[in-house]
Design a protein around this ligand. Sequence first.
Ligand code: SF4
Length: 228
Amino acid sequence: MSKVIFPQPAPLREQLKNHYLRWQTCRDCSLGCAANRHVFYDYQLNFKEQISVMFIGEAPGLSEDKIGKPFVGRSGKLLREVISQTDRSLGWLITNVVACRPTDESGNNRPPEPSEILACRVRLTEVIHICNPLVIVAVGMIAQYSLPPAVCGNPISWLTCLHPSYLLRTGGKSHPQYYDQFYGVIDNAFETAYNHLKVKAATSSQHEVTLVCSDDYHTSRELRNYHD
Ligand code: SF4
């Protein structure tokens, strides 16, 4: 009897690259014509090439439009800093509900219109399906209310954090209440994913399942100063 071989899905990097190639010239809404660059995502995989936590913000701003990466301005640096302090070596990806920068008549940033969010939802839903994250974090209220409803049941957890630009406007790290809240949600996102993977590793009958993150984190976190 011949052996049935099921096709393996392409590695995540390849799937994301193909997704990028398919969408890089998108003009499904007017934002695509005005933008300098389409800004899709930035990510860091764990050693098993997985993404556990996905962050979805509102829209690219001036710096992102210039560079072509999400969250690279001042507020993005704050988000990335907290991710690097809490990620427990898990894989993560950051993106936005729209991939092209919305601007007003004076060329300043503006929130995306509902029609633009809807136009870009197909792209966002594809990214979520490719990454299949355990936890999704909406970065800011606009992102929270703009996420695709069709995928709401898939991740084990949905969270919302303050937008880092709001945090900077209200004092940044010197506003402990907001900063702790912001930090706490991101920490919780990675902790939730970490615990889920730990249980999965412990209960799996497959011997090759390995714990996907470092336990050193739990020692080092006790030593870390949250507000340095
Ligand atoms: S914002 Fe999204 S839907 Fe609109 S042009 Fe850019 S990629 Fe396409």
